[in-house]
Design a binder for this molecule. Structure first.
Ligand code: AQP
Length: 354
């Protein structure tokens, strides 16, 4: 069976972009693939994090997976820092990754901004760790939002470089899976910027835990332009906010962008926004409510991860009761054992070198 690996950083409020670009697709794919869904807390450490907040966010991401419909009996769920092979393989792969490849990564340029010399090596080599996450499990498919496409291409390049170096087909070249009408959900305040957890304005995003009133208010306040909605998709050119909101509507209603545009052709934004708010509340309200209920019941994510399936996947998680580490990368979902190093038996030629 083909294998999926994907993950989310516990870096703050999960938002509609994470849901439409990633989690929702995972739920649909879990029936047909061997699935590993990770909470990638080592990636979160590429930016400064408050340890307590990081631990809480790790729990929130886990709760979101389950509330959105990921079945822990069917899929493997754990947090990255508990499986050392992610970091070990990242080091190995970094030795096959030319700097020129990393220099092209737009996410690093955006996140480092003008303070490039002050950015951490971790932020720079983030895509190598991401490649290790995927390749450690020999995953064949990676469902992600559009923003991660470049990193996925790099993971394929690194896998290819490794295979060529040793003349083996050791790592499969992972295929990106990018689908839906909202593969890149944009900020509600600026249609040219990605909706992001780290945006300082809470009004730029719809959080998965926002209640119905907050969702409606954020949509009502979302930036628009003065024109009525266009009659066809071509009319969305140079109208990033209209394109974003209609894309969100299409994704939430499982329609095509074309159908969404046709439905609201010629209408003003206020009528459309009311309908958009209703569908957003119907979809996210249920999931956010379930996330809140889970938190209130005090069911810890480690309990969830303990139920996470042990199978043909590479490692077997169990509930761990260890206290969190000082940096906040949890030990809560510690695997009982990790077979990866054995499974990931390196070709003998490499083993001989190392
Ligand atoms: N705006 C988005 N539209 C569609 N998909 C998105 N994803 C993130 N933002 C959008 C997808 O969600 C998955 C997890 O992403 P992540 O949180 O691990 O990293 P990120 O892409 O860096 O997300 P943020 O919100 O921008 O986080 P911060 O602000 O902390 O950097 C991925 O599949 C991603 O494509």
């Amino acid at each position: 069976m083909n294998r999926i690996f994907s993950g989310i950083q516990p870096t703050g409020n999960l938002h509609l972009g994470n849901y439409l670009g990633a989690i929702r697709n995972w739920v649909a794919l879990q029936r047909d693939y061997d699935c590993i869904f990770c909470i990638v807390d080592l990636h979160a450490l590429t930016q400064p994090q408050d340890p307590v907040q990081l631990r809480n966010s790790t729990r929130e991401v886990t709760a979101a997976y389950i509330a959105a419909g990921i079945d822990p009996e069917r899929c493997l769920i754990f947090n990255q820092s508990t499986v050392a092979v992610h970091s070990e393989l990242a080091w190995l792969l970094s030795c096959y990754t030319p700097l020129g490849w990393l220099n092209r990564m737009t996410q690093f340029k955006e996140k480092a901004g003008k303070q490039r010399d002050m950015a951490s090596l971790g932020l720079y080599s983030y895509p190598v760790l991401m490649a290790a996450d995927i390749l450690a499990y020999k995953a064949t498919h990676v469902p992600v939002g559009e923003d991660q496409k470049q990193h996925l291409e790099l993971a394929r390049d690194i896998a290819g470089a490794f295979n060529r170096r040793y003349g083996v087909e050791f790592f499969p070249l992972p295929e990106p899976q990018i689908f839906g009408a909202a593969t890149r959900v944009m900020s509600l305040r600026d249609g040219s910027k990605k909706m992001s957890k780290s945006d300082s304005s809470d009004y730029s995003r719809i959080n998965m835990t926002d209640d119905a009133d907050t969702i409606a208010l954020k949509i009502q306040k979302a930036k628009t332009d003065p024109e009525p909605l266009p009659g066809d998709e071509a009319g969305l050119a140079n109208r990033p906010e209209a394109a974003n909101l209609l894309g969100i509507y299409a994704a939430l209603t499982d329609a095509t962008l074309e159908a969404a545009v046709a439905r609201f052709a010629g209408q003003n934004f206020s009528t459309f926004k009311k309908e958009l708010a209703d569908v957003a509340v119907a979809v996210l309200g249920r999931i956010g409510g379930e996330m809140r209920r889970r938190s209130a019941r005090g069911r810890s994510p480690s309990h969830i991860c303990a139920r996470s399936r042990t199978s043909s996947a590479c490692c077997a998680p169990e509930a761990g009761s260890g206290r969190g580490s000082r940096v906040g990368s949890g030990r809560d979902f510690r695997p009982a054992f990790c077979r990866i190093p054995r499974k990931l038996a390196l070709p003998s030629r490499i083993a001989a070198v190392s």
